[in-house]
Write a protein that binds this ligand. Structure first.
Ligand code: AHG
Ligand code: MN
Ligand code: MN
Ligand code: MN
Length: 330
C-alpha cells in the first residue's frame, strides 16, 4: 500500500502560506509528545489534579499543565509565532525574543481537551488554531488575538484515542492522519472527510436539561419522540464529555453536538471557549460540509470580545443545524 505521510502531504499541498509546512510539522511533533505522556498514563504518576485553578475556574489536572508546557516549548522554536494563547494561561504567552522577532503568526490552543476523562483512560485531545499576526507586531496584545474564526489559516485537533490521529484544515477540506507507532509518521488515512447532511445522533449533556432554553428543549424533545414524533425517525444519543471525541465521531458518521447557553452558564456566555474550542472546530465542521452556529449566527462570524470568551455551540450535520436554527427563530 502506498502511504502518504503528513510530510508528503504538506510537500504536495498548495500552501497559500509556505510557513504552514513548518508550523504543522511542529504541531504534529508536539501532539506526539503529548500522546506519549497521555499514553503512559498512571506509569508516570501524572494522572492527578493540582491545587491550582486556571483562568476558566477549573481545577487543573497535572496533564493539563504538562501538555500546555510541551505545546508552548515545541511550537515556539520554529520562529513562526509572535505570540501564543491557551485555555490554561490567563494572559498571552510571551515568547522569548529570539524566537518571536520574525514571527508572523499567532497560535491558540486547548492543550488537553476532555481532561476530566484523562484518568479514566477515555479519549482526550488537543485543539489548535493559527491566525496571522497583525502586520509589524512583535509583542502581540490580547486585542491582536481577537480575530473572527473566519480569519484562521489553519485549525485542527489531535485525538488521543484508541489510535492517535491528527485532523486538520488549511481551508482545502479536512484531512485525517493516523500515527503509525512503528515509524513515528502520521499517515493520511482519512482524506477529505465529509459530514453526512442528515443524521439521527445527538450529543448533549442531558443532566443540564432543566436549565435549557425553549428552543433546545424542543429540539431534544422532538429527537426523543423519535418515529412517533414530528421527525418520524428514531435518534441515538452519545456524550463522551470530550469535544474532540464528539467532533471526531461527527466527522466520521455524522450527528450533532450541542453545548447550549443555559440558565446556569448565561452569565459566563456558555461553557465552551470561542478561541480555543468553538472556532477551530467550527471551521473543521464547515470544511467538511457541516454547519456550526451559536444559535443566532455562524460561529466563524463572531467578533471576539475576550481571549477566554465562552459561547454556545451547535455543530454537525447540515440538516439538523438548519432545523435547530428554525427553532431558535420561532
Ligand atoms: P476541557 O477539558 O478542555 O476543559 O474541555 C472540556 C469541555 C469539552 O471537551 C466537553 O464537551 C465539555 O467540556 C464537557 O462538559 P461536561 O462537564 O458538561 O460534560
Ligand atoms: Mn479545561
Ligand atoms: Mn476543551
Ligand atoms: Mn483543556
Amino acid at each position: 500500500m502506498n502511504k502518504t505521510t503528513l510530510a508528503e502531504f504538506l510537500t504536495h499541498a498548495e500552501l497559500a502560506e509556505p510557513a504552514l509546512r513548518g508550523m504543522i510539522t511542529d504541531i504534529a511533533q508536539a501532539c506526539k509528545a503529548i500522546a506519549v505522556q497521555v499514553n503512559k498514563g498512571s506509569l508516570l504518576g501524572t494522572m492527578g489534579s493540582l491545587e491550582a485553578q486556571n483562568v476558566q475556574g477549573e481545577t487543573q489536572k497535572q496533564l493539563d499543565v504538562i501538555s500546555n508546557d510541551l505545546f508552548l516549548q515545541m511550537n515556539q522554536q520554529g520562529g513562526h509565532y509572535a505570540g501564543m494563547a491557551s485555555e490554561e494561561m490567563d494572559e498571552p504567552y510571551l515568547i522569548p525574543e529570539r524566537y518571536r522577532q520574525h514571527g508572523r503568526y499567532l497560535l491558540l490552543f486547548d492543550p488537553l481537551d476532555g481532561s476530566s476523562n484523562v484518568n479514566l483512560n477515555l479519549s482526550v485531545g488537543t485543539i489548535f488554531s493559527i491566525l496571522r499576526c497583525p502586520h509589524g507586531i512583535s509583542e502581540p496584545l490580547v486585542m491582536d488575538f481577537l480575530q473572527p474564526g473566519s480569519a484562521q489559516v489553519c485549525a485542527g485537533y489531535a485525538l488521543y484515542g484508541s489510535s492517535t490521529m491528527l485532523v486538520l484544515t488549511i481551508g482545502q477540506g479536512v484531512h485525517g492522519f493516523t500515527l503509525d507507532q512503528d515509524s513515528g509518521d502520521f499517515v493520511l488515512t482519512h482524506a477529505t472527510m465529509q459530514i453526512a447532511a442528515s443524521s439521527n445522533e445527538f450529543a448533549i449533556n442531558m443532566a443540564r436539561q432543566r436549565w435549557w432554553d425553549a428552543p433546545v428543549q424542543r429540539y431534544i424533545a422532538d429527537c426523543q419522540a423519535g418515529s412517533e414524533g414530528p421527525l418520524g425517525k428514531d435518534y441515538n444519543m452519545r456524550w463522551v464529555a470530550s469535544m474532540v471525541a464528539e467532533v471526531h465521531r461527527i466527522l466520521i458518521r455524522g450527528g450533532v453536538f450541542m453545548y447550549p447557553v443555559d440558565a446556569r452558564t448565561r452569565e459566563a456566555g456558555g461553557r465552551l471557549r470561542l478561541m480555543y474550542e468553538a472556532n477551530p472546530m467550527a471551521w473543521l465542521v464547515e470544511q467538511a460540509g457541516g454547519l456550526a452556529s451559536d444559535g443566532q449566527q455562524r460561529i466563524l462570524d463572531i467578533t471576539p470580545q475576550g481571549l477566554h470568551q465562552r459561547v454556545a455551540v451547535y455543530l454537525g450535520s447540515r440538516e439538523e443545524i438548519q432545523r435547530m436554527a428554525t427553532y431558535f427563530k420561532a
